[in-house]
Design a protein around this ligand. Sequence first.
Ligand code: HXC
Length: 297
Amino acid sequence: MESPFKPDILKGKVALLTGGGSGIGFEISVQFGKHGAAVAIMGRRRNVLDSAVSALRSLGIQAIGLEGDVRKQEDAARVVEATVKHFGRLDILVNGAAGNFLVSSEDLSPNGFRTVLDIDSVGTFTMCHEALKYLKKGGPGKGTSSGGIILNISATLHYTASWYQIHVSAAKAAVDSITRSLALEWGTDYDIRVNGIAPGPIVDTAGMSKLAPGEVVNKSREMRPLFKLGEKWDIAMAALYLASDAGKYVNGTTVIVDGGLWLSQPRHLPKEEVKALSRVVEKRSRAAPAGLPTSKL
Ligand code: HXC
């Protein structure tokens, strides 16, 4: 699908994306590149990075792939430095690296829980921490233009409670909290905007194939009236909005891009039944207001 944004909205910007070699992260890399940014993608697998970088370059996008694990502070520091060394600056950090698997809480070991928090939550903070000195551009009052942008990829799992996702729900709740705290502190001190995106189920991603194999998707359709799948493009468009000047007054929020799915509940009564019932109930309550003794009527 064609982007509704002008192709130069990120012209001259440099973006670093963790988990940028595949899935949603890769689509954000593509769209950032198509809108003028140079992109550095960070990931653990060299082969994934290599094929992502060649795909990006074949689209005319300036791209490099940097191997690293967000759980290791030395990797985070090295990748940030290498990005700045290669492209001369860093304007946008996208924290997309995440870990997940379906598991019931009683079968999850503390180390399994910790592993996902280490990747999603601590990894996000570590990357932000290492990138700060390049994102802050001197801060307000130092004669520089606005600071950089941070985008944290989150989820909606923790808005309620999600089956077999205690680890990811806890991790993403922490990510949202990090988003708000950094937006407050770094927004005030350095004019850095920090926002998040909470995707719904997105076709053709690791999240979907791991968490919602075919049978589960079909069941969900029956159980959730608003259930529909999103595309990676939908998330990338939200990222463009937040990373560009279109979002210049947006700070500390997590944009939900899920077609309304998280609001979705089973319909208990058909619409026609509600119409009929509602009139009857109104009439009844006018005739006998609640709390009034029937002898007074
Ligand atoms: C139970 C599991 C498990 C499983 C791993 N563990 N898989 N426990 N069920 N299916 C436990 C292990 O037993 C171990 O605990 C601990 O977790 C660490 O596992 P390792 O395999 O040693 O970890 P590692 O090799 O570092 O791999 C990390 C990983 C892996 C998260 C487990 O899946 C990974 O690398 N994932 C990255 C890619 C990914 O998941 N992408 C999907 C993102 S989707 P013990 O106690 O045995 O030592 C996404 C969507 C979120 O993020 C939002 C959804 C709506």
